[in-house]
Write a protein that binds this ligand. Structure first.
Ligand code: PMP
Length: 317
């Protein structure tokens, strides 16, 4: 089943009608920002559950603010638009949502100020993201992660993803599934499009938010699940490359990748070279949570798409 609609220029339109000009500022200069959200199909409930939409839209609005794009929608209104789009598509399978904010001006000139911006979104049926979620083989990239003083990684800017594309393609051409990347300080930042954790001596460790990472919603989810549901201590501190050679377990997390065990780094086994017990337990817990099967988190984080009564879409102010 493929997607038929998009939210574009203030309303839901057929996907073929959602097109920008070749003069579009964001196309020319990368002056856009995007999100990536998932909705999970729950067979028992016959319901599609949208995972943490308010948090995803809050982050999108922060990226928009950094780009000086003043959107006419709140995170509640953006969530309402998402419900309408998904209801119109009628998917009964796992779905990925791509909200976008972008400079809609059709002018020559690199800048951020005094340019109109807009919001658009589409949804596609979607499964896995990396080919081997249970045993991801990773190489350290020869690229460096963009830094806060060049292109801030905490904004999810379209133009910034050329850095991720260089990282991912180099890794795959070298025969890896994914890459890890260090920043200019020499510490580990993240993967090409996912946050990273290691397990060392029973503790979970992840780079802090000022380590040139995207502040992932999954990272935040995982930190809570580890602490509250698994009783694992979580530390945010800089991580060295060689800690991946000596740690017990490691994993990527993100909306796309979900939870993927890292079993090899720089052609060396991580721990025993297979998915370890902490990552296995976390994955099981995570998939239950996102699919709306965990009573503790269901009402808090999962919005039922078909049971929600949509509100009228506000006119752009
Ligand atoms: N880092 C980068 C660079 C990403 O692109 C993503 C995916 N959005 C993540 C981390 C994970 O973020 P999230 O958990 O919010 O999807």
């Amino acid at each position: 089943m493929s997607n038929q609609y998009a939210f574009f220029q203030g309303k839901i339109v057929p996907i073929e009608a959602a097109k920008v000009s070749i003069m579009n500022h964001a196309l020319n200069y990368g002056t856009g920002a995007f999100g990536g959200m998932r909705a999970y199909w729950n067979d028992t409930d016959e319901e599609l559950y949208l995972f943490r939409p308010y948090d995803h839209f809050r982050r999108l609005l922060i990226s928009a603010k950094m780009l000086m794009i003043d959107l006419p929608y709140t995170e509640e209104e953006l969530t309402n638009i998402t419900i309408q789009l998904l209801q119109k598509e009628g998917f009964r399978q796992d779905t990925y949502l791509r909200p976008l904010v972008y400079k809609s001006a059709e002018v020559i000139g690199v800048k951020l100020h005094d340019l109109p911006g807009d919001f658009a979104m589409f949804a596609v049926p979607f499964g896995g993201y990396v080919s081997n979620e249970e045993g991801t083989r990773v190489g350290f990239s020869s690229w460096r992660r963009i830094s806060d003083n060049t292109i801030p990684a905490r904004g999810k800017f379209t133009g910034a993803y050329i850095n991720s594309a260089f990282i991912k393609t180099e890794a795959m051409l070298n025969g890896f599934d994914e890459a890890l990347v260090i920043d200019e300080s020499g510490h580990v930042a993240e993967g090409s499009a996912e946050n990273v954790f290691i397990i060392r001596d029973g503790k979970a460790i992840t780079p802090p938010v000022n380590a040139n990472i995207l502040e992932g919603i999954t990272r935040r989810t995982v930190m809570q699940l580890l602490r509250e549901d698994m009783g694992v201590v979580v530390e945010e501190r800089p991580i060295d490359r060689t800690e991946f050679w000596v740690c017990d377990e490691a994993f990527f997390c993100g909306t796309g990748v979900q939870i993927a065990a890292i079993t090899e780094v720089d052609r060396r086994p991580v721990g025993k070279g297979v998915m370890g017990p902490v990552v296995r337990e976390l994955r099981d817990l995570y998939f239950g949570v996102v699919r709306g099967q965990n009573p503790k988190y269901k009402s808090q984080w999962s919005l039922p798409v078909y049971a929600t009564v949509p509100q009228p879409i506000p006119m752009a102010k």
